[in-house]
Write a protein that binds this ligand. Sequence first.
Ligand SMILES: [Mg+2]
Length: 213
Amino acid sequence: MSFDVICFDCDSTLSKIEGIDELAGRVGLGEAMAKLTDAAMNGEVPLEAVYEQRLSLIRPDRGSIEWLGDVYIERIVDGVKEVFETLSAQNKELHIISGGIRQAILPLAKCLGLAETQVHAVDIYFNEDGSYRDYDRNSPLARSGGKAEVCKRLLKPESSMVMIGDGKTDMEAKQAGAVVVGFGGVVDRQVVRELADFYSAEPSLVSVLAHVL
Ligand SMILES: [Mg+2]
């Protein structure tokens, strides 16, 4: 099958990290936060229940978000650049749809030649001195079902869409009419194996091209 609109999750799909867990680790809250994130990605608890909790504990400042932007790039998944080059060359419409922090993902997107308008994630707000203020509480991506909402908005009647990701929240894109490809190259989740239309557990993202082109 070939698709016009190709959407990617970011954390544990394009980069080997979970951004929020990296931020938590930096302030000594790593273990507790990793458990929460994993529970959300496995669909055991709704995303919105952990979202507020994690950010209000971590309170990442502007400096941490810039640092995280570098880590996303350093820990890029094998084959990601090749995948984006291949799909761009075929004039595919590409998007990153993530429950992560938008400002931290933008540098990676730029590396991949993706315009900022193609990055859908949760904005974070700072005070004037760079300290944490809040996040965009209206963002659909900070709650369960949000990825489906964003996909629905991006999917035009005449086009076809595929969503590639490692988490239960990525599989929600099915509700919007997208085909979903599970990527287990970083984290292999049983629930995603079961929900995905196609699944790849190869370490390189290039392995998903066969399912989208
Ligand atoms: Mg993910």
